[in-house]
Ligand binder design. Structure first.
Ligand SMILES: Nc1ncnc2c1ncn2[C@@H]1O[C@H](COP(=O)(O)OP(=O)(O)OP(=O)(O)O)[C@@H](O)[C@H]1O
Length: 268
């Protein structure tokens, strides 16, 4: 388990500031939800956290080491990334995709060890893809691809995982299973989510982005208020607790256009 810390992160493209002075932290073993409307900067922030983009200003640290001081190989031994659209694998089997998770630990010409095979078996099992491991990647459904990508990430035995909307193709059962699984791993997770109820239920901490800025951060209870959701998403909601379980519940009532220009900053 590792700690991720981002301070004063900014990133611009062609003069447009897509991320502005982002501060966020993910503590050891916690699940941190990145929330915000379409285009608010969640994927961009995940790419900066993954070292796939260099910030214009600010820094990302894993534990106390700056991302700039971590080589790609060293980073790949601790950090797994599950991106939104993965179409790169074609004429390969599911198992071969999951095997890629072991790449950072192997020499270029080394065969997979017995231990590698056991880790791959366990990863396939955890996402319920053992039966499909010989199936060709390009024949998988969207949800099966997402589960196989998660298995690849688990095969890395990472300390941290970054996930970009990992539930968007999953049926409700696999949505719950995936988030249960993330919560049960001894891994620090930063996960971009659209479903506020899933975030409320599974995230220890949420960070809300709007137009490239953090407008709220804290526990789901403190952040996911009717006022915040209305100002950021332009949606009237009812926030209460489901009576039998006590789980925080957000009921969407109506879209109210337009969105408030600037959401009130909340931190805690
Ligand atoms: N390389 C780029 N060049 C120009 N614009 C970009 C680039 N990358 C991202 N953007 C823009 O930055 C904004 C943030 O995009 P990003 O994908 O991070 O949002 P998001 O919060 O993940 O959105 P969604 O919920 O729709 O997935 C968008 O308006 C997007 O069009």
């Amino acid at each position: 388990m590792g700690r991720i810390n981002a301070t004063e992160l900014s990133w611009s493209v062609k003069g447009h500031r897509l991320l502005d002075n982002i501060e966020m932290a993910a503590q050891d073993g916690k699940v941190v939800g990145l929330l915000g409307p379409n285009g608010s900067g969640k994927s961009t922030l995940l790419r900066l956290l993954a070292g796939l983009r260099r910030p214009d200003t600010g820094a990302v640290e894993y534990d106390d080491t700056s991302l700039r001081d971590l080589s790609r190989r060293v980073l790949a031994r601790r950090l797994a990334v599950v991106e939104q659209d993965v179409t790169a694998h074609n004429h390969v089997s599911v198992r071969q995709v999951v095997e890629l998770g072991r790449t950072p630990f192997r020499g270029r010409f080394d065969a997979l060890t017995e231990r590698d095979q056991q880790i791959i078996d366990a990863a396939l099992d955890r996402v319920g893809m053992t039966d499909r491991q010989r199936q060709s990647w390009h024949t998988l459904s969207g949800g099966e691809k997402q589960r196989a990508q998660l298995a690849r990430a688990l095969a890395q035995e990472p300390r941290e995982i970054l996930l970009d909307e990992p539930t968007n193709h999953l049926d409700i059962r696999y949505q719950l299973e995936l988030l249960d699984l993330l919560g049960s791993l001894e891994v620090t997770c930063v996960v971009a989510l659209h479903d506020l109820n899933l975030a409320a239920r599974y995230c220890h901490h949420v960070v809300v982005l709007d137009r490239g800025q953090v407008v709220a951060a804290g526990t789901p209870e403190t952040v996911l208020t009717t006022g915040l959701i209305k100002s950021v998403y332009g949606v009237e909601v009812l926030v209460d607790r489901e009576p039998t379980t006590g789980i925080l519940r957000i009921t969407y009532l109506a879209a109210t256009a337009p969105r408030t220009a600037d959401a009130t900053a909340v931190t805690g």
